[in-house]
Design a protein around this ligand. Structure first.
Ligand code: IVH
Length: 683
């Protein structure tokens, strides 16, 4: 784009913005991330601000939101639905407060209401005599689409308000697709070979714009309400504060976000913004920031609005979790069990707060589902510490003759044949422990926190030990000498001694950890714990045939066959026996183990963050005590441990009346069972 000629740049930006607007609003199939759209829009707005003579009435900047589609009846909003000014730093936030103070001519502390900024679709609900009579999208802010029939299918939205709500009452809020529902929808779509949804916001928008409400009804949608319309105050009700409005909405049966907080000053708002960002990944809904609103409604009226944005509120935007970039190549990585995972090598891009250059592609089915070719422009998503995912390919940007992605026929590490069992999505290197990559991953797994937890034996050291030929099997780890380890680069006598001590320490463990450490396919922590409980000794586990294994709770035919096959292999069996009998890896005897399972039969759920231990450590303790640890709350849940940041799981537990304890309560409970928390890391 020619940046020296503002007229040409403006024209190009408008064309680009219009193209993406159409893809986003009309086709529900965006090609670029929101943040990228915003950047183009902001550039255009900047140029138009410096060249007001170049502003035309049809410029994308001259309207708010989408043009209403013609497929739905149009609805004129009584008062326009506004958008929000945004900031991305505390200094900009402070500048916003300064402006508010100046306009209000006050030095007093202002009280603010802070809420998550939900990444969904703005919707207006109209209630007459407590009955939902109309629902509309924001559209361009003035005119939206009548989506009443679709909205009536959303369970979270009451068709009739409870209590004495004023009438008429316009309620505004955000309809969204819960992340759990979004993932589930995509899982099913993937299975059925149908089109997946790019992100939860698109899922919400697309679902609301279905012409057949029966389709909307099958979509997981919910709503958080955040205001009432600013029309003439309804008879008999004169709220003076936003917080009062929010409380009233709840009493009428409308859903508001449980994280809404009244804050006494701007410093508290900044703390809120930071704390909410830390909780972002624990929430079951996508947020793209926090909204800070002046709580006093009279002050709001004084502040008013400018170009469709209220002066009394501001959105503090978080780093976008989406971006588009270019696929340079696909690498094939070999995992512990030989599984070959295609990994996207990307043009580095800043997303979710970090620079990303790799994304997982899971398996070749996923590659073909995405129809991915080298050189493609792709949309990627990265949330929290989850591995970045490729969401879709932008076909219109595909270079000519883009090469397809092909699975190699030989392992890139050891050259053994790559095989794919029938009915399996995953291809594997057939090299077994002859393959260095499998070897390395297996040792890493063996030493990992959830397995034998060998402190100090990290990925780097494993690589060094392998490169020097000092270890082959995990048993070799226990035969290392101080001299051998001290001789490695960046290791001294002290760290060598520490490693040997840690190895020695790891010999006292639990049977469950031992089984997990063996790295049997499909046998994760939970299954390992069940097997330990059931079989109690290594010889019993080795002796169990598939039929016996299948009798164990939660062990199906596939897992049973994996375990039997594992121990049928001479090398595996010998290794397990060697580790136990010769190296001396041991665990408490079985009779005691039974008594140390006071939580047998109970199901626990961990949510939010814990301070004195990680969730994994808490999980390990619970498993040892005989509990099942589930990832979602249901009627069968016994107790939910909810740390700060606990989101929807806590809400669900409250709904179902399930016992909730915080970390202190959890620690107390453990102490009562003779498992004080100081032992959290002890095997
Ligand atoms: S207040 C006066 N509160 O963000 C402006 N908006 O850019 C009314 N949004 O389209 C919005 N969460 O749909 C408000 N807690 C929240 C929100 C929120 C999401 C959306 C809203 C609007 C956009 C503004």
């Amino acid at each position: 784009m020619d940046r020296s000629d503002p007229r040409a740049e403006i024209a190009a930006l408008r064309e680009e913005l219009n193209y993406h607007r159409h893809r986003y609003f009309v086709l529900d199939d965006p090609e670029i991330a929101d943040a990228e759209y915003d950047a183009l829009y902001d550039r255009l707005a900047d140029l138009e601000a410096t060249h007001p003579d170049l502003v035309t009435p049809d410029s994308p900047t001259q309207r708010v939101g989408a043009a209403p589609s013609t497929q739905f009846a149009q609805v004129r909003h009584e008062t326009p639905m506004l958008s929000l000014d945004k900031c991305t730093s505390t200094s900009e936030l402070a500048a916003w407060e300064e402006r508010c103070r100046r306009l209000l001519a006050t030095d007093d502390e202002l009280t603010y209401f802070c809420e998550p900024k939900i990444d969904g679709v703005a919707v207006s609900l109209l209630y007459n005599d407590g009955l939902l009579v109309r629902a509309a999208t924001r559209g361009d802010g003035e005119t939206g689409e009548d989506i009443t029939a679709n909205v009536r299918t959303i369970g979270a939205i009451p068709l009739r308000l409870t209590g004495a709500a004023p009438t008429p009452l316009e309620v505004r809020g955000e309809v969204y697709m819960p992340i759990s529902g979004f993932l589930e929808f995509n899982r099913r779509a993937q299975e059925a070979g149908e089109r997946t949804i790019v992100n939860p916001r698109n899922g919400a928008a697309g679902s609301l714009r279905q012409l057949d409400p029966a389709i909307t009804a099958t979509r997981p949608l919910s709503m958080f309400c955040y205001s009432i319309g600013d029309g003439p105050p309804a008879a008999g009700w004169r709220p003076t504060r936003h917080s009062e409005v929010m409380a009233a909405l709840r009493t009428w049966g409308l859903r508001t976000n449980p994280r809404g907080r009244l804050q006494g000053d701007l410093g508290a708002c900044a703390d809120y913004v930071e704390a909410l960002l830390a909780e972002r990944d624990d929430l079951d809904y996508a947020i793209d920031g926090a909204v800070i609103k002046v709580d006093d409604l009279a002050l709001r009226r004084t502040l008013g609005q400018i170009t469709r944005k209220p002066r009394w509120a501001i959105a503090y935007k978080y780093p976008s979790e989406e971006a588009s970039t270019v696929l340079r190549a696909v690498d094939f990585q070999v995992g512990r069990t030989g599984a070959i995972t295609p990994v996207a090598k990307l043009e580095p891009v800043f997303v979710g707060g970090v620079t990303v250059s790799n994304a997982t592609l899971h398996n070749m089915d996923e590659v073909s589902r995405l129809d991915l070719k080298i050189g493609d422009t792709v949309l990627i998503h990265r949330a929290g510490d989850v591995i970045p995912q490729v969401m879709k390919v932008v076909e219109s940007k595909r270079p000519r003759d883009a090469p397809t992605v092909a699975m190699p026929s030989e392992c890139p590490v050891c050259g053994s044949a790559i095989v794919q069992e029938e009915g399996e999505a995953v291809a594997r290197c057939s090299g077994g422990l002859r393959c260095r990559a499998q070897h390395r991953e297996r040792l890493r797994h063996f030493a990992s926190r959830q397995a034998l937890d060998i402190e100090g034996l990290g990925d780097k050291l494993v690589d060094q030990l392998l490169a020097e030929g000092l270890v082959g099997s995990p048993a070799d780890l226990y035969r290392l000498t101080v001299d051998q380890v001290a001789g490695l680069e960046r290791m001294g006598a002290k760290s060598a001694a520490n490693l040997l001590a840690a190895l020695d320490e790891s010999k006292r463990t639990t049977f469950a950890r031992f089984i997990h450490a063996l790295g049997i396919r499909e046998v994760g922590e939970t299954t390992a714990a069940t097997l330990a409980k059931e079989f109690r000794t290594l010889s019993a586990l080795i002796a169990a045939d598939e039929e016996t294994l299948q009798e164990v709770e939660d062990v199906g035919p596939i897992v049973a066959s994996r375990i039997a096959t594992f121990f049928a292999d001479e090398t595996n069996r010998t290794l397990a026996e060697e580790l136990h009998h010769e190296i001396g890896i041991s665990w408490e005897e079985v009779a005691e183990a039974v008594q140390t399972e006071p939580l047998a039969g109970q199901t626990w759920v961990l949510t939010g963050s814990l301070e004195r231990m990680t969730r994994n450590e808490a999980k390990a303790i619970l498993l040892e005590l005989g509990a099942r640890v589930a990832s979602s709350v249901s009627r069968n849940t016994t107790v939910v441990v909810a740390g700060p940041g606990a989101g929807s799981k806590r809400g669900r537990a409250e709904e179902l009346g399930i016992e909730i304890v915080d970390e202190a309560g959890f620690a107390e409970r453990l102490a009562g069972l003779g498992r004080p928390l100081g032992d959290a890391l002890a095997p």
